[in-house]
Design a protein around this ligand. Sequence first.
Ligand code: SF4
Ligand code: F3S
Length: 104
Amino acid sequence: TYVVTENCIKCKYMDCVEVCPVDCFYEGENMLVIHPDECIDCGVCEPECPAEAIKPDTEEGLEKWLQLNAEMAQNWPNITIKREPPADAKEWDGKPGKYEAHFS
Ligand code: SF4
Ligand code: F3S
């Protein structure tokens, strides 16, 4: 599966949802997640994210994010259509500590 990681928080560009062939993105207030049981590992979304927040779960150190994606995908609504990203998305791109400060 692919996993949405920290840099999505407060950037939430949503380009990813437009390309996913199985519509497996789910939307929280500040970020999106991928449902790990629905993702078919096609990899199409990874290069589409302007914040480079999407990674394959084969990468080191993503356990926390994989767990968060799996958990939140069950609670958050499905999203398939991109809307306007937050006006300050660019300012949040690459900021450290976004998880601690803004995840809810
Ligand atoms: Fe969707 Fe493919 Fe990305 Fe998985 S890897 S979330 S199936 S676009
Ligand atoms: Fe987030 Fe990137 Fe999608 S910022 S909403 S994972 S395009």
